[in-house]
Design a protein around this ligand. Sequence first.
Ligand code: ADP
Ligand code: MG
Length: 738
Amino acid sequence: SMATKDGTRFNSNHPQFKPKVINGDQKRQKIEKQRRSLPIASVEKRLVEEVRKNDTLIIVGETGSGKTTQLPQYLYNGGFCHNGGIIGITQPRRVAAVTVAKRVAEECGVELGQKVGYSIRFEDKTSMSTKIKYMTDGLLLREALLDPCLSRYSVIVVDEAHERTVQTDVLLGLLKAVQKNRSQISNGSSNIHDHVKKSNNVKEEHNEVRKSNPFKLIIMSASLDARGFSEYFGGAKAVHVLGRQFPVDILYTAQPETDCLDAALVTIFQIHLEEGPGDILVFLSGQEEIESIEGLVRENLKKLPETNQKLLIFPLFSSLPSEKQLKVFTPAPVGFRKVILATNIAETSVTIPGVKYVIDPGLVKVRSYCPDTGIESLIVVKTSKAQALQRSGRAGREGPGKCYRLYPESRFEGLADSTVPEIKRCNLSNVILQLSALGVDDIIGFDFMEKPDRMAVIRSLELLYLLGALTDEKKLSDPIGHQMARLPLEPNDSKALILASQFDCLEEMLIVVSMLSVESIFYVPRDKLEESRTVIKSFSSPEGDHVTLVNVYRASIEYLEKNRTENGNEKAEKNLRKWCKDNFINSRSLKHARDIYSQIRENVERMGLKISSCGDDMLQLRRCLAASYFLNAALKQPDGTYRVLANGQIAEIHPTSVIRRAKPEAGPSMLCLERQLELIQMLKLMTGRRLGINNPGAHIIGFFIFLSKEQESAQIGGAYDPLKLYVEHVIMNKRLVF
Ligand code: ADP
Ligand code: MG
């Protein structure tokens, strides 16, 4: 993230930006009026009727028409919870689950977590009385592990299905099976569908629910083409909800822009200074980009005359704390303009009122997987035509609008029509782990809407097998595989935690995994390159980047706790933010890591894993890391580069890595690469230079652990030397047969 100079800033705490105080009645009336004016409101009766008549229904409707916030309320009022069942709505994005749940609770006039709640990984805001439950699709998959029939639910709404995330696709397959299964149970047949393991303890009351209230499945999508979903669900009925769309002027740049951030920045000010009232929505690829633009807008704004400074900046990305996410919905005070800097979240998942201008650089960050190398990374790619249309549509919700595409018109013509489903371009290990835990052993034969590539499946099976999660028969191993499936983490991270509990360093491994789960911990302002290096060095450990992360975490907690006893919690947190700033640490990322830490800690405690600390002796920790990431092992070459053993790819040590300075010995010293970061983003921060758009040929980078020769030979029970593991499992050809 970029440093933003403090000083006079316009933010939502600005004195002019206090929400108007209105009493409860006025507020209710206002909300009721808003609800009634949504396009979906005119078809409420018909929708409820269609859901009653059809067990599976596809609802297609323009973004912002009210599908996500209204349909669950219609169904609740239509009696779909009468038999004790609840309505579950899945979202691909955490942000959407949270903000929409809060909105719907407000619309219903209830406290969040009561009738209306949400549940996402690491955060549960539901209770026994929750009837309308928003959640991520991944979370519903986890629930299916405990209750394969999803018997608590009378309705499941799979929202944003057009996004075709891998979790959505897996969920659709699973729900298809659940539905078959549940309708058979309610028909009195005990013939359980092969795909879903029978739950041993389906309670009687739940059976009652199912008999009288069959399972309703609703697929909602913003893409107008419902055919794919309809075919997949055996010709299910599709209904269309018409939106209200005003004309949007599409503008293209005359020339291709080499620097999208600059182009976006210039366009923001161009609109702000030259166009009439209306908020601006800018689509950016991630937190780093958003934060650097935010800094630049603030800097430039200060240079304008006072009267032109009435621009309020709102970032919106998934790791933003939820109070801040909600602020984006607050209308700008009279005379002010909002500029919303959002990731793809704002494309269809959430609709922010007031937007009249959209700036679309035409890029999006996606997961990408290469089965040959087994490497998954996040890369920035061009949007599809469908995405570009969705984005421009955001400008025309409340009146005519304008969309500024930061590329020439000729490029639009060359875009793909729609996005390739994620299942075709991601690492499948987690999917396989989840499905195995649900009793689905034949992944290749599973009824996916779109089949994943065979090679990707094989590679992912291999990884799980090598990590010890699958047996020779491709069944989940006991206990490792089952434990791994219970942890909401990537398989390597889960394995590292499980191993660490055996080798008395789980305390530290929890820190490592949490710190790796957030975007960069360090930030390096362009103008303080040298100073920051010296400060950051004080944390760095020659034992590697992971140990360095542990040092940072420990130092921050120590600082916080000392401060807390002296100054109380609130002050201590504030001081910590200052401490972070002084130490070139991104305080937001650190806070996020602390939250994740406590969540994962709860998880492993519940699983009964032993949590103990290794103090300052990090050798066991490094061995456990190596043993979980040995597939990423790289061997140093005579020319100083590293060759990844598994695929022969040449890797370079990232400039931020501590190993870069503590140059490891030549010869067969081992490095483990862990978690590929995005080269471009990191380099941008390091060099202060903005690099061009995604370069697919970029080298892989990562965090490194370094094991010297003696350390390699001092193995834990002989079993956790990465090179040995590697040789045994991979080179000795101990592979699965397909
Ligand atoms: P759809 O799912 O069809 O895209 P939504 O149900 O998400 O539509 O949105 C309906 C309306 O509710 C939009 O006008 C949107 O601006 C509004 N809305 C959604 N969430 C919030 C919120 N947290 N605060 C205020 N308005 C909101
Ligand atoms: Mg929606």
